[in-house]
Design a protein around this ligand. Structure first.
Ligand SMILES: [Zn+2]
Length: 796
């Protein structure tokens, strides 16, 4: 009796205590992505009311066979329909089907005059092949169109419900000529007995298409550009031959089994600091064709899963603020990858502090002959210091792509351009404003190579070169719609450079502090969510409370460019008073910062707002100049300075991306240099002249000595080449007996000039030429025009 009473009490107590829900733990199973205590989950912090995104949980077991180069996978996907809509079908991406004869991408390449060659699997149209597919344990109807698989659901999937997909698949690595990202190559040797195969597993499993809040289904065929995926959880087991060293998205669950301390110590990159570059790797785990290891990963708050594996990988690790920065370098390259982990930790620190805290526990940089980003893992290449820009870029993608998961196929500027901006930002913060170069051996190079500014090289030069030629692009364009070109062609490169320039120009417009706070706010609002361009605009506008529609319209929706100039400076009758007249020669409007330098060397700073907003600036603020296109093309600034004016310079910070810098100051921005013939970055802020001494010989004049000079603005406007020779008569007629020895010209001259008249008529040039050489005189003046293809010229 007593005992049974006790039992009843125990049972009652057990029932009264609610079952403890699993607390949020992104590092271990079970899946806690959808938990109310996951601070990153969209439902716990929706960007706006009515917003939704779908949730996924992938569990994949995959074996990578190093003899056949085939991944055999079995996948279970739980898919939650959080949309208000009932779904009758879903779509999956089979990205690897792009790389085969007859694919959409194959057709696009051929129409771009590229004829790909295919490896044996590719030739058999083996990319990702589905062996079995069930939904909620039922066979279903599917429809395959190259890289998109449509799957009809057995029952309609109601709002708030989930469906379970079980898919068996094989994905084939190959060695064809098309750059696939998912790849195999021999990192050492050329067979498994005395060499090593390297694998990058990316876009390798059937990935469900995004059904998003803005546009519903996204069914873009893969044409070599960008990607898009739903956020959620991945539990992935990867089985490799036992000598492989593996890294992947997620937290490694069975470290003690696959990477015990003893093995990890042997693989440490520091052990190979002095190993000569490209020398044969040592054997740490001998290859055994029958022995395998299974690497188990768990990742939450991610929209993709990638891995990289190579028996020659050696590991570096540096921690910042609880985040592990891990480098994976092939042993042959380890000597020049020693700082990769610490550099990466510095990059993570800069981005976390300036743009928003990194939400994952690790970031990998891997020596993988690539330049590509995946959640928590980047595939890179090269060596220090050349690789710094690449590492900073791919790591930067973990902010815009990895955490802020925009639809990059639809609008690539939102991740590529933002990341290009971050790249420059991090390099400047870590290494300073000049590009860090490797050791220079040649004294000539040391003497004459000019230091290159990171921002010019990585961003302004490329943007301005296109803008100055009026071949600017409209950023709000689909990644596959840049004139049907491949890769970065057809203006697609401006997705990177114009966007990055736009962000520096937004900083210029808003001021540093407000800009950075607005960027942080956007990151925090949209991390682990799917923003579109309008969401970015709205986020910045609502945060800053500044009317910036003009700014985003002109940068994102037009191909206009910026051209402000100093037209004149006039002294008035009043004491110390001057009127500076500015003009706007291109369509875009911007506020104007300008400096006035006086004869005595004093500098006076001014700011002309273009709207009601005035940024925080240490300068005298003048009345606003509101205008664009034909509205208020000029502006007169009345200023008082107690000295004569020596120069007036628009935007000394060089952030305003003015596509014609020749009129941005009172003094002509001339730069005269020794013509060293070394590779260099064109200076978009100056008219550049290069000169060198020159020696020549001809039968008529004999030995000639003189100068050669050439110059231009961006190799495009006011392009000239000139030679002036003093002729000695020495050696006259040596090779030509008809020459009248003693009759020669004291001076020879050659001058050629051309400049673009694109402004008046696209593709047209004015040219002039004059020469008195070899006793002959010739003069030319002309005009030519190319047709739209650029192949045919019309001469006048
Ligand atoms: Zn990128």
């Amino acid at each position: 009796m007593k005992q049974s009473l006790l039992l009843v009490i125990v049972i009652l107590l057990a029932l009264a205590t609610p079952v403890q829900a699993q607390t949020y733990d992104p590092l271990h199973p079970p899946n806690t992505f959808r938990n109310p205590d996951n601070p990153e989950y969209w439902k716990n912090r929706p960007p706006y009311e009515g917003y939704f995104q779908q949730d996924v949980h992938y569990e994949i077991q995959a074996t990578i066979d190093e003899k056949t180069n085939v991944i055999t996978g079995s996948m279970e996907l739980i898919y939650w329909n959080n949309s208000p809509d009932e779904l009758e079908f879903v779509y999956f991406h089979l990205y690897q089907n792009a790389f085969q004869p007859g694919s959409y991408y194959d057709d696009l390449q051929k129409n771009n005059d590229v004829n790909p060659s295919y490896g044996p699997y590719e030739a058999q149209k083996l990319g990702t092949a589905i062996a079995k597919l069930r939904v909620n344990q039922k066979e279903v109807k599917t429809e395959l169109d190259n890289t998109i698989l449509k799957v009809y659901l057995p029952n309609k999937l109601a709002s708030g419900e989930s469906a379970k997909f079980n898919i068996d698949f094989k994905t084939y690595f190959d060695f064809g000529s098309v750059r696939r990202r998912m790849k195999v190559f021999y990192s050492w040797g050329n067979n498994l007995e005395n060499g090593y195969k390297h694998y990058d597993g990316v876009h390798w499993y059937p990935r469900i298409s995004v059904y998003d809040s803005k546009f519903g289904w996204t069914t873009d065929q893969h044409l070599g550009h960008e990607f898009y995926g739903d956020f959620g959880t991945y539990d992935v087991e990867l089985t490799f031959a036992s000598n492989y060293v593996v890294e992947a998205t997620g937290f490694l669950q069975n470290r003690d089994t696959v990477l015990p301390e003893e093995l990890r110590a042997k693989l440490d990159i520091k052990n190979f600091a002095d190993k000569p570059w490209n020398e044969a790797p040592s054997v740490i785990t001998p290859y055994d064709a029958k022995a395998t290891k299974t690497w188990k990963y768990h990742a939450e708050n991610v929209h993709d899963f990638a891995f990289t594996a190579d028996p020659t990988y050696r590991i570096g690790e540096v921690e910042w603020n609880g985040i592990k920065a891990i480098s994976m370098a092939q042993e042959m390259h380890a000597s020049k990858w020693q700082n990769a982990a610490s550099f990466t930790a510095d990059v993570v620190k800069v981005y976390s502090e300036d743009f928003g805290k990194y939400v994952y526990h690790k970031i990998i940089v891997a020596d993988a002959r690539d330049g590509m980003e995946y959640p928590m893992i980047t595939l890179d290449g090269g060596k220090d210091p050349g690789y710094r820009g690449l590492l900073a870029h791919e790591v930067g993608h973990n902010w815009f792509f990895g955490q802020v998961g925009n639809n990059e196929t639809y609008r690539a500027f939102m991740d590529e351009g933002f990341t290009q901006f971050l790249t420059t930002w991090a390099l400047e913060k870590i290494d300073g404003i000049y590009r860090v170069k490797g050791k220079i051996k040649s004294n000539y190079v040391k003497r004459f190579a000019k230091p290159e500014k990171v921002r010019e090289r990585r961003l302004y030069r490329t943007y301005i070169t296109d803008a100055a030629k009026n071949s600017n692009t409209t950023l709000n364009t689909h990644s596959d719609a840049y004139n049907g070109a491949l890769r970065h062609g057809g203006g697609y490169r401006q997705v990177y450079y114009k966007t990055a320039a736009m962000l520096y120009n937004l900083e210029y417009v808003l001021g540093e502090e407000l800009f950075l706070n607005a960027m942080k706010n956007y990151f925090n609002e949209w991390k682990i969510c799917h923003p579109y361009p309008m969401d970015f605009r709205n986020s910045v506008i609502h945060f800053t409370k500044v009317d910036l529609n003009w700014f985003f319209d002109q940068w994102l929706e037009t191909s206009k460019s910026i051209d402000y100039g100093v037209q004149s400076i006039r002294k008035t009758e009043n004491k110390d008073e001057y009127v500076i007249k500015f003009e706007r020669e291109a369509g875009m409007q911007m506020p104007i910062d300008f400096n006035v330098t006086t004869k005595s060397g004093s500098i006076y700073k001014y700011h002309i707002p273009n709207t009601w907003f005035t940024k925080k600036i240490d300068a005298k603020v003048l009345p606003k100049w509101h205008g664009w296109d034909k509205l208020h093309p000029t502006y007169e600034a009345t200023i008082t300075v107690p000295d004569k004016i020596k120069d007036v310079v628009i935007d000394p910070s060089r952030r305003m991306a003015d596509a014609n810098m020749l009129n941005n100051s009172r003094k002509f921005p001339l730069s005269v240099n020794f013509d060293s013939k070394l590779p260099r970055t064109t200076d978009w802020t100056k008219y550049e002249v290069f000169a060198r001494p020159d020696f020549w010989y001809n039968s008529y004049d004999g030995v000639k000595s003189g100068v050669h000079a050439h110059g231009s603005y961006l190799n495009y406007r006011h392009v000239f080449a000139a030679d002036l020779w003093f002729n000695t008569g020495f050696g006259q007629g040596t090779f030509d007996s008809t020459v009248n020895v003693n009759a020669f010209d004291q001076l020879s001259l050659r001058f050629e000039y051309h400049t673009s008249l694109d402004k008046f008529s696209k593709g047209s040039n004015l040219y002039l030429a004059a020469k008195t050489v070899d006793g002959l005189e010739a003069y030319k003046i002309g005009f030519d025009k190319k047709d739209a293809s650029g192949n045919n010229r019309l001469f006048l």
